[in-house]
Ligand binder design. Structure first.
Ligand SMILES: [Zn+2]
Length: 242
């Protein structure tokens, strides 16, 4: 446990899909990593941002085109345990949004409260956990070290987390941008955002945050692991990779 709030990226499976389901002009197929992020506070408190795939998704195809793989031992609870933390003591999961690849592992984290934006659709979220409906901003640990903030567009209640550190913040963007390269395109690169105008407005905010010295972690692109800036709160380990 460090003296500051830290982020441990945990790789929780893979989705294979036609590129044009994920990126305008996409060609061929893409294999996407799926992540959960363990956020560890110096007090010993732990939270997750997203929960990855459910074991039941392994070898299954969702919505006809999304082919999922979740190898044994790669689910969120196994990853948290392998990182040296107790999944039963994770006190909260911030759900970026309610798509299956972000909330699938919630059932494996039994005692967590689920922080989900008040505008987000709850139909997929029938896990029996306590829900906290978030507004546009939430101080996650109550000490200003990490903030949940609204990033609508991909879904109407999409939200992200930023963990402050010297010189800026590390921003877990979720599916507000799928890829590192998404922020270098000015168009609506996602073929099917819930709201195109909101998606673009959120993307412009992320581009500005990046220009201001913050580090943006996209939802489904492992190349961020090779570009972690000095002083970042992110701790990369073998659990961050397949
Ligand atoms: Zn996703």
């Amino acid at each position: 446990m460090g003296s500051t709030t830290q982020i441990l990226p945990l790789r929780c499976g893979t989705i294979r899909a036609p590129a044009n389901a994920l990126e305008v002009d996409g060609v061929g197929d893409l294999t996407l990593p799926v992540y959960a992020y363990l956020i560890t506070h110096p007090s010993g408190r732990t939270m997750l941002f997203d929960a990855g795939l459910a074991p039941s998704h392994h070898d299954q195809t969702v919505s006809k085109v999304f082919r999922n793989e979740l190898p044994e031992g790669h689910d969120v609870a196994a990853r948290v345990l392998a990182a040296g933390f107790d999944p039963a003591r994770v006190e909260g999961i911030v759900a970026s949004h309610s798509h299956y690849d972000h909330i699938g592992g919630i059932a494996l984290v039994p005692n967590a409260r689920i922080f989900i934006h008040q505008k987000e659709d709850l139909r997929e979220l029938d896990t029996g956990h306590d829900l906290v409906r978030t507004d546009d901003s939430l101080d996650l640990f109550g000490d200003g070290s990490a903030e949940v903030f609204a990033t609508p567009g991909h879904t109407c209640g999409h939200q992200s987390v930023r963990v402050w550190r010297e010189g800026g913040a590390d921003i877990l963007a979720g599916d507000a941008c799928y890829f590192c390269r998404s922020l270098d395109r000015e168009d609506t690169d996602q073929p099917y955002p819930f709201d195109k105008a909101q998606y673009l407005e959120t993307k412009r905010r992320l581009v500005q945050m990046r220009a201001d010295g913050n580090f943006i972690v996209p939802g489904h692109d492992e190349s961020f692991l090779d570009n972690i800036p000095r002083g970042s709160a992110i701790r990369v380990s073998p659990l961050s990779r397949l």
